[in-house]
Design a protein. Structure first.
Length: 398
């Protein structure tokens, strides 16, 4: 029994918050406060600290060591948001206590009124504790998963994958099963049955006081269903995909993990033998020497100038135009070109023939095409040309 006033205890916690936090940190890390640690903390904060911690029942002895009482430890957890994820088995134990209370309420609902009222209150308390633990677990798992994703502590990939797999297999999936309404053995499914029962009794139970208790229980269960649904969405839509991304963020390492889980599933290739290669060929020295040796001797080179026999014909447009005008009208222009060139050259080249036919584009000439498809063949040194029979005469001036 604590003899001190509640205000005195709260004032002590406020004044000596560092002491309480030190005790909390050591117990969170080691699970217990050793005698050496406890004596060190007490000596650090004054010789009266031991007596006051015992008087306010902050700690209790465990053999030669100590531990914080649950009420203070949970208070510090809540204030510092340092919840440790609980195994789903710890949370699932509430299914037993909730189911037992619900069974007794239904079985003895017509017996002692006060006992029934207390059982309803205890059931409400158990449900409240269950929801609180689920929220704390989801909050802590989400915080630690985000820290793991950002890798604040510089954890190597293997440990990250191990942690992510551990949380998924031992925390997320079992907790999701507990919150699955469609699962017959889940706590959430049990709460749905209690909600239906409380809804009926709040309307037709004979005692007005108990109807009020069932009304409170029903309204609590409606809010509980909303809270559990929100936590289930966090687990399914945010936390589980986050951890899955951590497990699969490296395909190569993920493949190795799958291989190591079942190394005999497939035949593995032989390991490659290491070899050492150079960036240049081993016989590079001889190749370079051979390359430069070809320039070490000078060969005699003879140049002989010969006069190339080529045609120096230059197209004289004006001269050929005078010839054309003197013979107009010309009924077959292309034949005229061939005969004109043939007077000077025995073999007529295609380039010379085309150069002479360029006279057709002179504006002083009028070109008449035949009405019928009349064509003539012209042979050059390299080609045989089929050309139309065109009449050329002087253009009429307007």
């Amino acid at each position: 029994m604590i003899k001190a006033e509640p205000r005195t205890i709260l004032s002590f916690i406020h004044t000596h918050f560092d002491v309480i936090r030190d005790l909390f940190n050591y117990q969170s890390t080691d699970g217990i406060i050793t005698r050496e640690v406890y004596d060190m903390i007490c000596n650090k904060h004054g010789h009266t600290m031991n007596a006051r911690l015992r008087e306010y029942r902050v700690i209790r002895p465990i053999g030669s060591d100590y531990e914080m009482r649950d009420v203070y430890f949970k208070l510090m957890e809540f204030l510092l948001f340092e919840f440790k994820p609980l195994l789903p088995e710890t949370i699932e134990k509430y299914k037993g206590s909730i189911s037992d209370l619900f069974l007794k309420i239904r079985k003895y609902e017509q017996q002692d009124r006060d006992i029934l009222q207390e059982r309803i209150k205890n059931l409400s308390h158990q449900i409240r504790e269950f929801v609180d633990l689920v929220e704390r677990n989801a909050f802590r798992l989400l915080a630690e998963s985000r820290d793991l994703k950002s890798n604040i502590e510089r954890v190597d990939y293997r440990n990250k994958v191990h942690k992510a797999s551990f949380w998924i297999d031992y925390y997320i999936l079992p907790l999701n099963k507990i919150l699955d309404v469609n699962h017959s053995e889940s706590v959430a499914n049990t709460l749905v049955g209690i909600s239906e029962y409380a809804n009926r009794k709040r309307l037709d139970f004979g005692d007005e006081t108990l109807r009020s208790e069932f009304e409170k229980l029903y309204m609590q269960l409606i809010q509980t269903n909303t809270d559990l649904l929100r936590q289930s969405k966090i687990l399914t839509n945010e936390l589980l995909p986050l951890l899955e991304r951590i497990r699969t963020e490296s395909l190569i390492l993920t493949g190795w993990i799958e291989f190591l889980r079942n190394p005999y599933k497939m035949e593995t290739p032989p390991l490659l033998k290491g070899s050492r290669n150079m960036p240049y060929a081993k016989d590079m020295l001889y190749k370079v020497r051979e390359f430069f040796e070809q320039f070490s001797t000078n060969e005699v080179v003879m140049f002989e100038e010969t006069e190339a026999d080529f045609d120096k014909w230059i197209f004289d447009r004006e001269a050929f135009m005078v010839k054309l005008r003197s013979q107009m009208p010309v009924n077959d222009f292309f034949t005229w070109c061939y005969k004109t060139l043939n007077k000077d050259f025995e073999n007529i080249e295609t380039e010379k023939f085309f150069a002479l036919t360029a006279l057709l584009f002179d504006e002083a000439l009028q070109i008449d095409f035949p009405k019928k498809d009349e064509r003539v063949d012209i042979e050059t040194t390299t080609s045989k040309l089929s050309v139309p029979k065109i009449k050329v005469e002087p253009a009429i001036k307007l």
